[in-house]
Design a protein around this ligand. Structure first.
Ligand code: HEM
Length: 141
């Protein structure tokens, strides 16, 4: 579970990400599509070339949803409840894909903010993204 220190670190670090949600979100999605080609099948009508308008718009939505979760670290389940329903019942995204996106969000964060990405930040963000993935896949059970 997220400790009080983890929460402090996340809240302190997150404005860096939310401040460039479009760019970082697009890059994380783009890297997921390249590193795990099968994830592309969920987006048949998207232009998935790097930095496309679709990728930027969608990347921003993803990071903004995570910002919602950061704003409700004590109730991530509640904050992402509608998104859990959407991914489980409507989109039917395979649960195995969530850690893939989480991994790529961590990678682009580390690249963009390498001077601030210390081990505490790494651990806290990893736990946070893992928690989000758990919430978004909770409806499958
Ligand atoms: C849509 C967030 C993971 C596939 C969305 C939307 C958000 C979102 C905010 C837009 C919902 C709306 O328009 O109301 C997230 C978050 C994730 C995540 C926070 C994990 C950190 C994934 C993964 C996949 C996926 C792993 C598949 C590989 C989709 C698809 C849509 C969608 C297909 C609909 C896109 C469209 O047609 O506009 N997601 N998502 N998501 N997501 Fe996710």
């Amino acid at each position: 579970a997220l400790t009080a220190d983890d929460k402090k670190v996340i809240k302190c670090f997150w404005p860096l990400l939310s401040g460039c949600s479009e760019e970082l979100g697009a890059e994380a999605m783009g890297r997921m599509f390249i590193t795990e080609k099968r994830t592309k099948t969920y987006f048949p009508s998207f232009d998935l070339t790097p930095k496309s308008t679709h990728l930027k718009a969608h990347g921003k939505k993803v990071i903004d949803a995570l910002t919602e979760a950061v704003n409700h670290l004590d109730n991530i389940q509640g904050a992402l409840n509608k998104l859990s329903d959407l991914h489980a019942y409507d989109l039917r995204v395979d649960p195995g894909n969530f850690p893939l996106l989480a991994q790529n969000i961590l990678v682009v964060t580390a690249i963009h903010f390498h001077d601030k990405f210390d081990i505490c930040t790494h651990i806290a963000l990893d736990k946070f993204l893992d928690r989000v993935a758990c919430v978004l896949t909770s409806k499958y059970r």
